[in-house]
Design a binder for this molecule. Structure first.
Ligand code: NAP
Ligand code: ZN
Ligand code: ZN
Length: 352
């Protein structure tokens, strides 16, 4: 066992604070990674604060992990000591069910093992995430990171990146289509970059008119402010695809009305009830769909990283020290991040 330092939440109200815990020694297929950077996803905040009523404490959040391999088990083939590696939202799954067989481990029928706020499949030990010095993960759940990419800006790709890339690919977003990305935050800013790289005409749909300039810099061709009723009417029934990253339950009806006939809006943000309710006529008229999507499988996550390397795509980040993580959460809640916080994990040494 290895003693590891990190930051944890002890309950839904407590500030995150220094925490020491143990990681297993690497087994034959395990990789031990020295964590260099970890992104701060809105899901970290949701779970640390028990917004989804399923939190297990103590909780070490963090599932946008990038680091250097420091040890590998005897059977590891994919990585060697010194390689740069990434870990996202999952660290295990059953590997046998139809979802796992189809490289869709995130939909494992026996339940994927999440990087934190979960229990390991065999030992029932709590899993602990990336706000820590080191992590030990089965190589199947580790991706390789090309040295050409800016490592600290790669970290958010492991969740924000794959969560936006996967639905854009699954629903076959293609050149010339009009694609709306709803919510300009960590996920949304990656959604713009990917949709643009796939050749779409991208419209940023936002509640924050002041983000318009940034949206265009990130690649949006147009900006639609959702509180502008006249503009929403002008864009009615004109979108080929909508990627909705709003982090809370909300009124989806005005957005669904933006879709053309037979087109889909994919929810990736809101896990809780959508209120007011979806009006049936908004999907029945126009044969529209409202769907959902969770992260992406491991093979697709590697494909996404390779796509980023080819298209020179990384996240727009603001670096923080781990000691500032509570202030970072407060800003995240107030919609004040441009566009992803990334923790420089070397700052952990300072709190020793
Ligand atoms: P974020 O950085 O906070 O961005 C969310 C954006 O949504 C905000 O910047 C804001 O954009 C908009 N927004 C916030 N509150 C809103 C409200 N009440 N009504 C309308 N718009 C609102 O969050 P994130 O890290 O991108 O995560 C977004 C959501 O995705 C979270 O709920 C997270 O848990 C979830 N998530 C899901 C998956 C998955 O696998 N499906 C993976 C990762 C994260 P504007 O200012 O532009 O309106
Ligand atoms: Zn996440
Ligand atoms: Zn499975």
């Amino acid at each position: 066992m290895l003693k590891v330092r990190g930051y944890s939440a002890q309950n839904a109200e407590s500030a995150l604070a220094p925490f020491v815990f143990e990681r297993r020694d690497p087994g034959p297929r395990d990789v031990r990674i020295e964590i260099l950077y970890c992104g701060v996803c809105h899901s970290d905040l949701h779970q640390a604060r028990n917004h989804w009523s399923n939190s297990l404490y103590p909780m070490v959040p963090g599932h946008e992990i990038v680091g250097r391999v420091v040890k590998v088990g005897a059977g590891v083939k994919k990585l060697k000591v010194g390689d740069f590696a990434g870990v996202g939202c999952m660290v295990d799954s059953c590997r046998e069910c139809s979802a796992c067989q189809e490289d869709l481990e995130q939909y494992c029928e026996r339940g994927a093992t999440w990087t934190y706020n979960a229990r390991e499949r065999h030992s029932e030990q709590l899993t602990f995430g990336g706000y820590s010095e080191q992590i030990v993960v089965d190589e199947h759940f580790v991706v390789t990171i090309p040295e050409t990419l800016d490592l600290k800006a790669v970290a958010p790709l492991l969740c924000a990146g794959i969560t936006t890339y996967s639905p854009l690919r699954h629903w076959r977003v293609a050149p010339g289509q009009k694609v709306g990305v709803i919510g300009l935050g960590g996920l949304g800013h990656m959604g713009i970059k990917f949709a643009k790289a796939l050749g779409a005409r991208v419209v940023m749909i936002t509640t924050s008119p002041e983000k318009g300039k940034d949206a265009r810099r990130l690649g949006a061709d147009d900006v639609l402010v959702s509180s502008d009723a006249a503009a929403m009417t002008r864009h009615r029934a004109s979108f080929d695809f909508l990627l909705n990253t709003i982090p809370v339950g909300h009124d989806v009806n005005p957005y669904v009305q933006l879709l053309k006939r037979d087109r889909t809006m994919v929810l990736v943000g809101a896990l809780t009830a959508l209120e007011p309710a979806l009006q049936g006529y908004n999907v029945i008229g126009g044969r529209r769909s409202v769907a959902g999507s969770a992260i992406g499988g491991m093979q697709e996550t590697q494909d996404m990283i390779d796509f980023c390397a080819r298209h020179d795509i990384v996240s727009d980040i603001e670096m923080i020290r781990i000691q500032s993580v509570n202030e970072a959460y407060a800003r995240l809640l107030k919609n004040g991040v441009k566009y992803r916080f990334v923790i420089d994990m070397s700052s952990l040494q300072e709190s020793a």
